[in-house]
Design a protein around this ligand. Structure first.
Ligand code: 5RP
Length: 225
């Protein structure tokens, strides 16, 4: 059996392999969108190597903006970037059809906006994120604060158990409900249905907004879905 430290090192190696493979997707004159999370942070750490290929950078969160600034990248407002060539981000779950749950880091709104603004979305995960059926990871839903209870009641009607994420305020001043035990049999349909509830800002299902490629890192290398 592996020691705890070795497991940690293996997980980090997997994230790094996925991040390294995503760097290959950055072509010349790339307008790049950057996601949020520990896997994406490994990707960000490699960006100085390909600085000369990047013409503009858009960020999905304040946390990512801070990291990019720290490496000397100026982050442009999305309105000045036009259509992005590539968006790279992690995920909390992916199924075999590249449908995702995202939002574990509460940055789902910025992330979905950047996905919708990009020609190509490359998702980077380690193997622990692969599932047959989405929903074991509680589904994050960003809500306008005054609508928290009414949205929660609707989510209960849909079969879930929403839990308020205590102490978390998103970059846009909103709150997060994490929905447990939801049966997500049709992710596209559920993405649309939850999006339409008044007070919902963004649902963390990325099924209609799915990536073109999911790169799965392993301790030894990476492969694509
Ligand atoms: C943040 C996200 C992240 O991409 C997701 O939580 C995965 O993070 P990590 O790479 O740390 O596991 O959606 O809102």
């Amino acid at each position: 059996m592996r020691s705890k430290k070795t497991d940690k090192e293996a997980a980090l190696a997997a994230k790094r392999h996925a991040a390294r493979a995503a760097i290959e997707h950055i072509r010349h004159d790339c307008r790049l969108g950057v996601g949020t999370g520990s896997t994406t942070n490994e990707f960000i750490a490699l960006l100085p190597e390909v600085r000369d290929r990047i013409t503009a950078v858009a960020s999905s969160s304040q946390a990512t903006t801070n990291l990019l600034n720290g490496l000397g990248f100026e982050v442009s407002p999305l309105s000045q970037c036009g259509t992005l060539d590539l968006y790279v981000d992690g995920a909390d779950e992916t199924d075999d059809h590249r449908r995702l749950i995202k939002g574990g880091g509460a940055a789902l709104t910025g992330e979905k906006i950047l996905v919708a603004s990009s020609r190509r979305f490359v998702c980077i995960v380690d193997e622990s994120k692969r599932v047959k059926l989405l929903g074991k990871f509680p589904l994050p839903v960003e809500v306008i604060p005054m609508a928290r209870s009414s949205v929660a009641r609707k989510l209960v009607q849909l079969g879930g158990q929403p839990q308020y994420r205590e102490g978390v305020v998103t970059d846009y001043g909103n709150e997060i409900l994490d929905v447990h035990n939801l049966k997500i049999l049709d992710p596209e349909e559920m993405e649309t249905e939850i999006n339409q509830v008044p007070g919902v800002v963004t649902v963390g299902l990325f099924a209609r907004h799915r990536p073109e490629v999911v790169i799965v890192g392993t301790p030894e290398g990476a492969y694509s879905l």
